[in-house]
Design a protein around this ligand. Structure first.
Ligand SMILES: Nc1ncnc2c1ncn2[C@@H]1O[C@H](COP(=O)(O)OP(=O)(O)OP(=O)(O)O)[C@@H](O)[C@H]1O
Length: 360
């Protein structure tokens, strides 16, 4: 998928200073070392994110998304490469990075379980320098957004898991940082709450110019709210484009073919393996180029297939994502010599919480 690859950045400082880029990652690499070998989780990736963008960071399990986010937050040290978060190097100034970014990461316990929901909100806006009196109205709005007004004075440890997740989200938003990282933010939310949150994310970006980076397996959410996606697989960026352009590009590559009569069972479209419908008259096929298109029509002729119609179809982001990752997996599986251990064998002692002293 070479045409999607991001351009390598010249220099992170230079890029950050001349543009609206609020996150600049240049040649970033992370190799985890363990007793039984090493794992290259991130392999020289470069990308940038502009102020006010809503970007989806996507990839299959183990692709390297969480590692990338932890590196940007300064929670772990890169093996190589550089990162700037609003001009700050997270390795040099972790405190300032924390002031710039809030994050809700899966499994991260970055709230205080013995405090009530409202006390947590006050604490998190307080450390950002927001006066409690000024924050009251905003906290009411956030409580209503996550549907926790009735639990505002309950200790967090007494709430259900879903409510705790909502409270973490509200605390992250209460900090009013320029950048927000959200991992699976709609997981466990009911339909209405998920829709409200999506609207809120769009509002934060459009009206307040805040930058949101989302990681989610729900492609409907990504398609609805993200301006752009960065797709990672095996530690490398395999696609980086606006959602609109990806939809456009793939709609002109995917076709629905309908034959006048079923193709006999023993006939084959040599070089293609289309997903037939049960009566063997229709299938969808992805063709990468005009050459491919001509090869396909030759294969149809050889198989004596009688074409009735061929229409361009519009796949959704989920189908596009699977198609990009599947294509990539075929090449990547040939070259994994240095990925010799899995997570269980090596250092797992990373603190995922931006707050070091949770009082659980
Ligand atoms: N602390 C660690 N020590 C060793 N290897 C690790 C560690 N954390 C992650 N890895 C490995 O690095 C690779 C990338 O993991 P990462 O958690 O970044 O993926 P991910 O895209 O977030 O996956 P998921 O969607 O499953 O959360 C995986 O092979 C994983 O096993």
């Amino acid at each position: 998928m070479g045409e999607f690859q991001t351009n390598r950045l010249r220099d992170a400082d230079e890029r950050a200073s001349i543009s609206q880029e609020i996150i600049v990652v240049d040649g970033l690499q992370k190799i985890y070392e363990g007793n039984n070998g090493t794992t290259t989780a991130i392999d020289s990736i470069s990308f940038s994110i502009e102020r006010g963008e809503v970007v989806g960071l996507l990839g299959p399990n183990g692709a390297g998304k969480t590692t990338t986010i932890k590196l940007i937050l300064g929670l772990i040290e890169p093996t190589d490469g550089s990162i700037r978060v609003n001009g700050v190097d997270p390795q040099v100034d972790t405190k300032e990075t924390y002031r710039q970014v809030s994050a809700v990461l899966e499994g991260a316990r970055n709230v205080y379980w013995r405090l009530t929901v409202r006390e947590n909100l006050r604490y998190f806006s307080g450390i950002q320098g927001i006066h409690p009196g000024e924050a009251r109205e905003e906290h009411d709005r956030l409580l209503s957004l996550v549907d926790l007004e009735h639990k505002a004075d309950e200790q967090l440890r007494n709430l259900s898991q879903g409510m705790q997740q909502k409270a973490c989200l509200a605390c992250a938003l209460a900090r009013e940082t320029p950048i927000v990282f959200l991992d699976e933010p709609t997981l466990g939310l009911d339909v209405e709450a998920a829709r409200d949150l999506q609207n809120e994310i769009q509002r934060l970006a459009e009206q307040e110019g805040r930058t949101i980076v989302l990681s989610s397996h729900d492609m409907d959410v990504i398609q609805t709210i993200c301006d752009r996606v960065i797709i990672i697989n095996n530690g490398e960026i395999i696609a980086e484009d606006s959602v609109e352009e990806l939809l456009e590009l793939f709609s002109s590559q995917t076709y629905r073919v309908h034959l006048e009569e079923p193709l006999p069972d023993d006939a084959r479209l040599v070089g293609y393996d289309p997903r037939w419908e049960s009566d063997r008259t229709s299938f969808e096929i992805t063709l990468q180029s005009s050459d491919d298109f001509y090869r396909f029509t030759d294969a149809m002729e050889e198989a004596n297939a009688k074409l009735d119609s061929i229409d361009s179809v519009k796949p959704d982001l989920e189908e596009i994502f699977l198609s990009i990752v599947d294509n990539e997996s075929i090449t990547a599986s040939l070259d994994r010599s240095d990925r010799s251990t899995d997570r269980g064998d090596v250092d797992n002692s990373v603190n995922t919480s931006p707050v070091s002293e949770g009082d659980e």
